[in-house]
Design a protein around this ligand. Structure first.
Ligand SMILES: Nc1ncnc2c1ncn2[C@@H]1O[C@H](C[S@+](CC[C@H]([NH3+])C(=O)[O-])CC(=O)[O-])[C@@H](O)[C@H]1O
Length: 324
């Protein structure tokens, strides 16, 4: 069986007999359909994944960064071989990762986002945690680094699953998973202790449905950690941009923090706290050798960095914590 399918089988075995076992009623059929739909790409990637060397690492740090081993674990030839394989999985957007002395410098400093979020979380130790829209899975490893017991990410984009599996190959941690699903494919499990969703709300056409779906995944009293684009203004202000926002298609609603809090209230959350508001800088999101196309700097008005090139307010992001 292919490595990707084996990973899914392992997930099914892990949740069978656990509080997540109801998920098995629909998940295997969804995953099978996804594998069929992406068969050609999967076959290609599978071959590349199979070429990753199995290495002994001199240590893993998921607490302060995502780092596996060090430069001295591998010879030059093997390092070049790994770099060559990693390059075939570009663009690398969310990271950074340090793999046996290779600095995989991604478009985003996702570690900076984590540093903004972490001080406001209920301790993750021994929690069952879900990250909706997990991208390459960077934050999944940081959640595990905080002692979460069981960590699941969902992201519908196939390349990001491959990037996650590359990291999993090197880290070798069995209790961290990523599934190729969108939020819309998840049943209301009502079991997770903490649900994260960072950078996804504005991609959803119906933000209220999205918030209700997130709530349906949490156990009673569980914690939602929502990070999203916001605009300045009072509770009546919500921006619905035209075709593009900072060159991104598929951007729907960007609320003010006050409006977002009201949405969360209406979706049935309590103890709602906006714990951080930060302007995204061109140091946090930029082109690198691992993501060589345009990045934030190219999406801002060259004359006025407080505006996007479409004339909207430049990206500001808020972190909101709430209880189900
Ligand atoms: N329906 C959906 N369901 C789940 N995920 C989705 C869906 N649609 C898109 N995505 C995924 O949501 C992620 C949004 S990026 C944030 C990554 C990380 N969380 C971060 O905070 O750095 C933010 C951005 O690039 O705008 C992507 O990985 C999509 O594939």
């Amino acid at each position: 069986m292919s490595q990707v399918k084996e990973e899914f089988q392992q997930f099914y075995r892990t949740i069978a007999g656990s509080r997540f076992s109801d998920w098995l009623e629909i998940l295997p059929a969804q995953i099978a359909a996804w594998c069929l739909q992406n068969r050609t790409e999967l076959d290609k990637w599978q071959k590349l994944l199979g070429k990753l060397p199995s290495l002994k690492s001199s240590g893993i740090d998921l607490l302060n960064q995502v780092r596996v081993g060090s430069e001295t674990d591998v010879d030059d030839y093997t390092r070049k071989q790994i770099i060559g394989l990693l390059q075939q999985f570009k663009p690398w957007r969310k990271g950074p990762f340090h793999l046996h002395g290779i600095h995989l410098d991604t478009e985003w400093r996702s570690d900076w986002k984590w540093d903004r979020v972490l001080p406001h979380l209920s301790p993750l130790r021994d929690r069952n945690v879900l990250d909706v829209g997990s991208g390459s899975g960077y934050h999944l490893w940081r959640m595990r680094g905080q002692g979460a017991r069981f960590v699941v990410g969902v992201d519908p984009y196939p390349l990001f699953l491959m990037q996650f599996l590359i990291l999993k190959h090197f880290i070798g941690d069995a209790d961290v998973y990523q599934l190729p699903l969108g939020i819309e494919h998840l049943p209301p499990l009502k079991q997770f202790d903490t649900v994260f969703s960072m950078g996804v709300l504005y991609h959803r056409k119906s933000p209220m449905d999205f918030l209700s779906q997130l709530k349906g995944l949490l156990r009673k009293g569980g914690e939602l950690v929502l990070e999203t684009l916001v605009v300045e203004g009072d509770e009546q202000r919500v921006l619905l941009p035209g075709e593009r926002y900072a060159q991104m298609r598929n951007v729907w609603f960007i609320p003010s923090p006050a409006a977002l809090e009201i949405w969360l209230q209406k979706a049935g959350f309590s103890d709602i706290r906006t714990v951080d508001i930060s302007t995204t800088s061109t140091d946090e999101q930029r082109s690198t050798e691992w993501m060589t196309t345009h990045s934030l700097q190219d999406f801002l008005d060259p004359e006025d960095s407080t505006r996007t090139i479409e004339g909207y307010p430049a990206p500001i992001r808020a972190v909101v914590v709430a209880q189900a």
